[in-house]
Ligand binder design. Structure first.
Ligand SMILES: [Zn+2]
Length: 159
């Protein structure tokens, strides 16, 4: 089981579609994944759905899953063209994402980790060099995930 000491990165994602968590779970299962793609999913209404406990890995960014927490919002693409990246976050989702990040950082600190070395970034900010192939998971049709610049937006949350 992981603790906060294991976590170096919180990755922010978009689901690149509008399906609910149940449909995502079916999709992950169809890929043969043992773990879901995210720990938390923030719905359009801002509600947070817990998909996986932080103490377990989720399948968010290949090569980084052991040391990361993955948080996703539903959307991130044009409703009429899922191949077109758009920041579709509602005001409620923006608040929900911050709450979700705080849930993660609270867990990290309460299990012995620290926020000071933690990096919050978007999936697209994962270095392709470290990642090996830089390939985005099949679930995500776009390379722009999460369709906005997460690093400057959430930098203050690690202070
Ligand atoms: Zn992603």
């Amino acid at each position: 089981m992981r603790t906060g000491k294991d976590i170096t990165t919180i990755f922010i994602h978009c689901t690149a579609g509008y399906g609910d968590v149940a449909s995502m779970k079916r999709f992950w299962k169809s890929l043969g994944w043992n773990s879901p793609g995210y720990h938390l999913v923030v719905k359009v209404c801002g509600d947070i759905e817990i998909v996986q406990p932080f103490s377990l890995c989720s399948n968010g960014v290949k090569g980084f899953n052991t040391n990361s927490i993955n948080i996703s919002y539903i959307g991130g693409v044009d409703k009429n063209n899922v191949n077109k990246a758009v920041d579709t976050r509602t005001p409620e989702q923006k608040e929900g994402l911050i709450k979700a990040i705080k849930l993660a950082t609270d867990w990290i600190v309460s299990t012995g980790g620290t926020k000071s070395k933690l990096i919050i970034k978007g999936h697209r900010d994962a270095s392709p060099d470290q990642n090996g192939d830089g390939v985005i998971s099949t679930w995500e049709r776009i390379k722009e995930c999460p369709s906005f610049d997460a690093i400057p937006e959430y930098k203050h949350l690690t202070k």
